[in-house]
Design a protein around this ligand. Structure first.
Ligand SMILES: [Cu+2]
Length: 316
């Protein structure tokens, strides 16, 4: 029974074995071919001979390739089984894929847009798609897994050294697919432990002696961070230019036409409307836009929604 230390070794092991077998076969076949071409050339062997079947030879050339093919399967199988069996003590992180960003949530509720992991520990990444098909891909750790809406998927890996590694979306998911990148940052376990306990909630509890103005400023700042953490800024600009979604600039207080249940109606953008837009984006579709915004139902608490409203309100 072959045992690998980590997934990279398993993938490389299967790869090297298949290549080695292929090279041996290539050499064997080439040598035989050249030998036969010379040995049985018309000048030396003018009359064709009728060759009867040879049972032992036929058994051998069936059995040997069968064993070789099965042995390749064996190495693939061992590696695959390892990939599908995360160690029970693995640290769990949820990776959320949406058009066109990744966000990560750790066991204590801390959120980030880059995946921080402790070196030398197994990490299990639970992969959730909020809208369409995506694919979670870290080339350095040789893991790639489709993110399928409605199906929970996972990968696991163990970073062996410190460093920053690319994360890609490996499934075409629309206009800004190629922007859907992030980083996996492997740091020493002690550094990770400090990091994951810092700024656990995005919206800090207001300090007792803060003035109303200071509290508002805090909310706006938290809203701005959330807009990045939740990938809103992939579709909404703050400078007035429309992207996939309407710009945030001047949105609050604006009167506009939305399509509700197929019927156009006029509304004024206020806190309640923004709240519905975030939790149930398809209830009212802003005229001239496609219904592609992923719902944040269950992914944002009230404080966070209020912070987003405060942030949007500040962008006049
Ligand atoms: Cu994607």
């Amino acid at each position: 029974m072959v045992e690998y230390a980590n997934i990279n070794d398993a993938v490389n092991g299967a790869m090297v074995y298949v290549v080695a077998v292929s090279v041996v076969l290539l050499l064997l076949i080439t040598v035989l071919m050249v030998t036969f071409v010379i040995k049985y050339h018309k000048s030396r062997h003018p009359v064709a001979a009728q060759v009867e079947s040879h049972t032992l030879l036929e058994i051998l050339w069936t059995a040997i390739p069968a064993v070789l093919a099965l042995s390749m399967f064996y190495f693939g199988w061992v590696g695959y089984k390892m990939m599908r069996t995360p160690p029970p003590d693995a640290m769990e992180v949820t990776a959320r894929a949406q058009m066109w960003s990744w966000s990560f949530e750790y066991e204590n509720g801390k959120k980030s847009t880059e995946l921080y992991v402790p070196v030398g520990e197994p990490i299990k990444v639970n992969i959730v798609a909020l809208d369409v098909l995506h694919s979670f891909y870290i080339p350095a750790f040789m893991v790639k897994q489709d993110a399928v809406p409605g199906f929970d998927q996972f990968v696991w890996f163990q970073p062996e050294e410190e460093g920053t590694f690319n994360i890609f979306c490996a499934e075409y998911c629309g206009t800004r697919h190629s922007f859907m990148m992030s980083k996996c940052i492997a740091v020493p376990p002690a550094e990770f432990a400090t990091w994951v306990e810092t700024d656990v909630s995005v919206v800090p509890p207001p300090s007792e002696d803060a003035t109303e103005e200071e509290r508002l400023a805090q909310m706006v700042l938290a809203g701005e961070r959330l807009s990045v953490l939740k990938g809103c800024n992939a579709c909404h600009s703050i400078d007035g230019s429309p992207l996939v979604g309407p710009t945030y600039k001047g949105l609050y207080g604006k009167t506009e036409t939305v399509i509700t249940g197929g019927e156009p109606r006029k509304i004024t953008v206020d806190a309640a409307y923004i709240r519905t837009s975030i939790l149930d984006p398809n209830a009212d579709i802003t005229e001239g836009y496609q219904p592609v915004m992923p719902s944040q139902e269950g992914l944002l608490n009230d404080d966070e929604i209020n912070a987003l409203v405060a942030y949007l309100k500040s962008l006049q």
